[in-house]
Ligand binder design. Structure first.
Ligand SMILES: [Fe+2]
Ligand SMILES: [Fe+2]
Length: 305
């Protein structure tokens, strides 16, 4: 088991004013309203906050980062919790070695029995493997495990016990979903980024977009919120996992179209809306995956030999 890092920092982050919180609350009752569609309508406040990553961090009202900065690894995982009226949601809950830390943070906010929904945005063990452990801490298995249908084929093999919800998503379209107590979510298919059945989740009430590996980062340097170092880490990770630049560009356009207030990847650092244009510009021409492989077969296929 890893040692948990003693990590605390002073970071400048975008805070939420009381007016914004009230607006988000009213948006929850108005399903056609996307609170993040026009971020300029809700002027940001820059706040200096002491962030202690040893604890869950509330990144938006009732939305918590419950991740783990592992000082011995380069790939740090960011599970997220949405607390909602005894009907809470865990997004990309994490791995087996990270489980003790993630669970401590989750259970500092909600009891196990209030988890109604697990969202698995692709099939990798760093985000799926802890689900059966969480499930065994619940008094029953009356919860949902949501993923794209092709991802669910793999999720089954983790031995999950909840009800598998197998989504059939259409490219470029939001799939509207509502939990039992009325939390409104939208799912977006992100084909091949970085698996066929990868998806993103938009939480309408908070304006948070959970992008799984897309815009994640790889590196020892870490803070909770995006900074210049994060951009280098992001480039390295995107080049490693994205099959091609075209796949990356598709995901970037989709993220732009969603218009989220906060972009929350499963690795790396949380991104505020105002940082997105510079990130997209920096990544737009980034060669990824197969673009970076050069051998006689590919040269032949590309018509260069
Ligand atoms: Fe992954
Ligand atoms: Fe991942």
């Amino acid at each position: 088991m890893h040692d948990e890092c003693k990590f605390a920092s002073r970071e400048t982050v975008r805070g939420f004013s009381e007016k914004e919180k009230q607006q988000m609350q009213s948006d929850t009752n108005s399903p056609k309203t996307n609170p993040a569609a026009n971020p300029a309508a809700n002027p940001a406040q820059d706040l200096e906050l002491d962030i202690d990553a040893n604890y869950a961090v509330e990144i938006a009202p009732d939305v918590y980062w419950v991740g783990f900065y592992d000082q011995h690894e380069q790939l740090h995982c960011n599970p997220y919790l949405i607390r909602h009226d005894g009907d809470s949601i865990l997004i990309d809950p994490g791995s087996v070695p990270d489980f003790p830390v993630v669970a401590r943070k989750v259970f500092s906010i909600i009891p196990a029995e209030s988890i109604s929904t697990f969202i698995l945005q692709h099939q990798d063990p760093d985000l799926c493997a802890a689900v059966p452990i969480f499930e065994d801490l619940k008094p029953d298995y009356h919860h949902k495990v949501i993923s794209v249908q092709s991802t669910s084929y793999f999720v089954h093999h983790y031995g999950v016990k909840g009800e598998l919800i197998r989504l059939s998503l259409s490219a470029g379209e939001a799939y509207e979903y509502e939990t039992g107590s009325g939390r409104k979510l939208q799912f977006y298919w992100t084909p091949y980024a970085h698996s066929f059945g990868a998806m993103m989740t938009f939480d309408v009430a908070s304006g948070c977009l959970f992008t799984s590996d897309i815009l994640g980062g790889l590196g020892a340097e870490w803070e909770l919120y995006h900074n210049d170092q994060a951009l280098d880490n992001m480039k390295s990770f995107m080049q490693l996992i994205m099959p091609s630049n075209q796949v990356l560009r598709y995901s970037l356009r989709l993220i732009e179209q969603v218009g989220a207030r906060l972009i929350c990847p499963q690795h790396g650092q949380i991104i505020q809306a105002e940082d997105l244009p510079r990130i997209v510009e920096s990544l737009w021409d980034l060669p990824c995956g197969m673009d970076l492989i050069d051998d006689p077969i590919l040269r032949n296929l590309r018509g260069l030999a």
